[in-house]
Ligand binder design. Structure first.
Ligand code: SF4
Length: 114
């Protein structure tokens, strides 16, 4: 059986096809081949979300994981992000949550709040 999906590694968005033997077509570069193989063998995603700012009323700050999270752990990581809060001021790149679920993944701030 063949699977088709769009490569999300870069904005070019190549249409990839992969078969049961992990032969990949449609990729313009090797990153697309690696992505297709990992997508069917061990799918992961970067999570983007937002975290409450505890010392600013009705304020959220945007965050993202600094590494891809295994798809089966995304829900648990989102629950932790939803319960968390940070204090302003925030600086882009600051770590809001360290080593979430022991996955070696940090949640980092992506917006400055003065
Ligand atoms: S296959 Fe390569 S060029 Fe095509 S979208 Fe993926 S990373 Fe970009």
């Amino acid at each position: 059986m063949k699977r088709e999906f769009v490569c999300i590694v870069c904005p070019r968005g190549c249409q990839l096809t992969i078969d049961d033997d992990l032969n990949v077509t449609g990729n313009t570069c090797m990153r697309g081949k690696d992505y297709a193989i990992s997508e069917v063998t061990h799918p992961t995603r970067i999570i983007t979300s937002s975290i409450k700012v505890s010392n600013r009323e009705d304020t959220l700050v945007s965050v993202k994981t600094d590494k891809p999270v295994p798809k089966e752990k995304i829900f648990e990581v989102m629950e932790i992000i939803n319960r968390a809060s940070v204090k302003a001021p925030t600086v882009i790149g600051d770590i809001a949550l360290h080593d979430v679920l022991g996955l070696g993944v940090n949640v980092v701030i992506t917006k400055e709040i003065k």
